[in-house]
Ligand binder design. Structure first.
Ligand SMILES: [Zn+2]
Length: 345
């Protein structure tokens, strides 16, 4: 199995190991050399255990240095979140970038960890995935009766995630963050143009057609009704969309893009169940209050990760329908498992 740098996707020249989850995050969440467990390996259904500290992937030294300064910017922002302090729109965009990095890093690492049992060739690397596609993020404050220290990743062990690292959850001490990103994942939600038909063709490339453009926002992703979080944000990004460029001479997109040339939308935020664009990215975003029936057990929150992966897989047509079907069936089991779970995760 050939090794590639998780950042640039090339063979690493001066070889180095990058911690997929940074050291500062491990220190922040407990003993940095502790053992973690993923619930199951999707082929053998056994528990996977490993040491966070050894959770590393190949990287060039140069790339590693470049991303070290990015990590230094992120650490205080994650600390803000765990202290329930508000963040600005621009800070949220940085956090979305970081989640792109972590999500793809976990995906590549799992590929090495599992010795590529899914027979997937890793075309993805962090450089060409960071800030390139639609993305969304939710923050949940966990109740104080939970153990306050800890780091867990959810959804990264599934066949669905191996096929496409679209959706995952990360618990950092007293917060749970659910993050998703993929082609046109929330474009419809934000009133942006979106293809109604997506198909995986040769070489894993995506073929899209039947464009729609409603200019209307909606908080529900397909049929995935999200639980109420203290913060739910979405950002449509069509940087790699080479189709239907005439859509982008439009006043709605003109008003709601922060970079029209690269087709990067502004941040949208759910407030009182309505999705609205954020007008000033330098201002602090108010957290929503989540009370009474809106409060969910952590198992119910985590179940959404697996449901979200299925929503994405169900959206895409593929000649590999059997593999998709299997991935969806496995995920349904995960959803049932987490829904039935009490608060002890
Ligand atoms: Zn590199």
């Amino acid at each position: 199995m050939s090794q590639i740098c998780i950042f640039c996707g090339k063979q690493p020249n001066s070889k180095n190991k990058e911690h997929v989850l940074p050291q500062w995050l491990l220190r922040m969440t407990g003993d940095p050399i502790r053992v973690v467990r993923f619930r199951m390996n999707y082929f053998e259904e056994k528990l996977i255990e490993f040491n966070w500290k050894n959770f590393t992937a190949p990287a060039c030294r140069q790339c590693n240095d470049k991303y070290a300064s990015f990590e230094a910017e992120i650490q205080p922002l994650i600390e803000k979140l765990t202290n329930k302090k508000e963040i600005t729109g621009n800070e949220a965009i940085k956090i979305l970038d970081w989640f792109d990095k972590v999500r793809v890093g976990l995906w590549l690492n799992y590929y090495y960890l599992e010795k590529n049992k899914g027979q997937i060739s890793p075309k993805l690397c962090i450089d060409n995935r960071l800030g390139k596609k639609d993305r969304f993020l939710q923050i949940y404050f966990l109740e104080s009766r939970h153990k306050s220290e800890g780091l867990n990743a959810f959804g990264v062990e599934t066949f669905a995630f191996q096929f496409n690292p679209s959706f995952f959850g990360l618990r950092i001490n007293n917060i749970l963050i659910i993050n998703g990103s993929n082609d046109f994942f929330i474009s419809k939600n934000c009133g942006f143009p979106y293809p109604n038909f997506l198909e995986i063709v040769e070489n894993g490339m995506l073929s899209v057609s039947d464009w729609k453009y409603d200019r209307q926002t909606s908080p529900i992703i397909d049929n995935l009704a999200l639980h109420k979080a203290v913060l739910t944000i979405m950002q449509p990004i069509h940087t790699e969309m080479k189709y239907e460029s005439n859509f982008f001479n439009d006043s709605y997109l003109f008003q709601n893009c922060i970079d029209l040339t690269n087709r990067i939308g502004t941040l949208f935020k759910i407030e009182n169940n309505v999705l609205n664009p954020i007008k000033d990215l330098n201002s602090f975003m108010k957290y929503e209050s989540v009370i009474g029936n809106e409060t969910k057990l952590i198992g119910e929150l985590i179940a959404k990760v697996y449901e979200g992966q299925n929503v994405f897989l169900s959206r895409i047509k593929s000649k590999k329908n059997e593999a998709f079907k299997k991935a969806i069936e496995i995920n349904i089991k995960h959803v049932e498992y987490y829904k039935a779970l009490s608060n002890n995760v």
